[in-house]
Ligand binder design. Structure first.
Ligand code: ZN
Length: 468
């Protein structure tokens, strides 16, 4: 029996996982800032840490996973304004798209999914603690607005401070990526709370009206649900600095122990380029699902080690889909086979910092052994191996016999029956048209349209589809 070791970004080493509370695992994952259609770069962290969660669950942990929604930020306000829509409608629309994408890919729903705007009270409390401790200061703005900044120099001068340790940056080199604001004592200071500009949404605080700074929300939400000390903080590699560095600074400065392990997933790239807006359109979830089934996309996104770059190509995607189908074909030969026991090699792989490529290799080895046993007429052994494949595939979130994925490869009986009936109608229409009986042809088309069926005439004859 091996035990789970995870690569902790903060110490740059693999550390054995020792939870704060035995038998419990508390995880905070920085979620989406929904302002456009989700693409595979967005969904990779959801899938990667869903695998971590499923592995902890499989080992009997009671797992709490908090994944936030950043429902207010500059980009959301800008895009909503450009499109002449209320910001709250804009963000809610794309939040639903993200939820749909997570569900489509079989990412287990988080234990709770808090929104930044619902946590203003907790943020005010956090800022008060930081101001009282001498690590934050308020800067009044115009018309009753006000900002609050974190004082990096004050924190840095304190014994036990560790600013820059997570990302390995020197304090003097750090650029917060924030526009220079009036009243900020140093360029390294970052906004906990942003003064409201005219026309912007705002909430009242003792230091003036404004809106949440991005970093503060995650400290407020994680500690509200998981406590001042919790197990694992996860997110994309690009969040290491400034976001996670600043979360650590404000939480440690406020006296919280905060996260014990930091895990970061790497990017999705295409032709070596990090996901940009234009790539995001090409690699939207909707576009990917034109090429492969949801379960195959899930398999693909989880297949690389979470700390490696996932270099997208359509060839790699379809190759992954073929890999999944070999597993599906094998398990499909054993209707109703129960989940069995995973192999020792699989367990070692998962405990080795969630080494999915090794775990996948073990699943495929087991599939080959199962097919061989079947070829030799040893159905009992083959069935045992199918049970092992099922349980291992379930840990990675793509058990072919899971309710969500079952039948996803074939038409259901109802689909097949509908196809027979619609084709009969289309034949009637074709015959009527050949006889120039337009009334009958139109009646058929109208009846199908009323039933939500769209006909498209092609060179090979009419085809049908369900209208959206
Ligand atoms: Zn965050």
């Amino acid at each position: 029996m091996s035990t789970l070791r995870i690569f902790d970004t903060a110490t740059r080493s693999q550390r054995e996982f020792e939870p704060v509370r035995p038998g419990h695992a508390s995880i905070y994952l920085c979620g989406a800032t929904p302002q456009s259609q989700p693409h595979i770069g967005h969904l990779r962290s959801g899938v990667a840490f869903d695998i971590l969660r499923r592995w902890l669950l499989a080992q009997g942990y009671d797992v709490a996973l908090v994944r936030n929604v950043t429902d207010i930020d500059d980009k959301i306000l800008t895009k909503a304004a450009e499109n002449n829509r209320p910001w709250w409608e804009w963000v809610s629309t794309y939040e639903r798209e993200f939820t749909k994408a997570y569900n489509t890919l079989g990412v287990l729903p988080p234990s709770v999914e808090p929104r930044a705007t619902g946590f203003v009270t907790q943020m005010v409390e956090y800022m008060q603690r930081l101001i009282d401790a001498g690590f934050a200061y308020a800067v009044p703005g115009e018309d009753g607005a006000g900002s609050v900044y974190f004082d990096v120099a004050a924190w840095n001068a304190t014994e036990g401070s560790d600013y820059g340790a997570l990302s390995g940056n020197r304090v003097e080199d750090m650029e917060q990526g924030e526009s220079d604001a009036v009243g900020k004592r140093s360029p390294q200071d970052f906004a906990l709370w942003k003064a409201a500009k005219p026309g912007e949404p705002s909430w009242p605080t003792p230091w003036g009206k404004g809106r949440p700074g991005w970093h503060l929300e995650c400290s407020a939400m994680s500690t509200y649900y998981l406590g001042g000390e919790f197990d694992i903080h996860c997110g994309g590699l690009d969040l290491q600095f400034p976001h996670h560095e600043n979360e650590i600074a404000q939480s440690h400065a406020a006296g919280d122990k905060f996260a014990n392990y930091w895990m970061h997933n790497h990017w999705v790239t295409m032709a070596g380029e990090k996901m940009s807006k234009s790539l995001g359109n090409v690699l939207s979830i909707a576009n990917m699902l034109e090429i492969v089934r949801p379960v195959e996309l899930r398999y693909y996104l989880g297949s690389a080690h979470y700390r490696s770059v996932l270099e997208y190509s359509e060839a790699a995607l379809t190759e992954a889909a073929a890999g999944y189908r070999r597993i599906e074909d094998f398990v499909g030969k054993f209707e109703g086979v129960e989940k069995g026991q995973w192999t020792a090699a699989f367990e070692d792989a998962m405990n080795d910092d969630i080494a999915v490529p090794k775990a996948l290799a073990e699943i495929h080895t087991t599939v080959r052994a199962g097919n061989k046993a079947l070829g030799e007429g040893n159905r009992e052994e083959a069935e045992r191996l199918a049970g092992a494949v099922r349980v291992m595939a379930a840990v990675l979130g793509f058990d072919p016999l899971d309710e969500q994925w079952k039948d996803s490869g074939e038409e259901s009986g109802a689909d097949a029956a509908l196809d027979v009936l619609v084709r009969a109608e289309l034949e009637r229409r074709t015959t009527a048209r050949a006889e120039k009986d337009w009334a009958t042809a139109d009646a058929v088309r109208d009846r199908l349209a009323a039933a939500g069926i769209t006909i498209t005439d092609t060179a090979d004859g009419p085809t049908w589809s369900l209208a959206d």
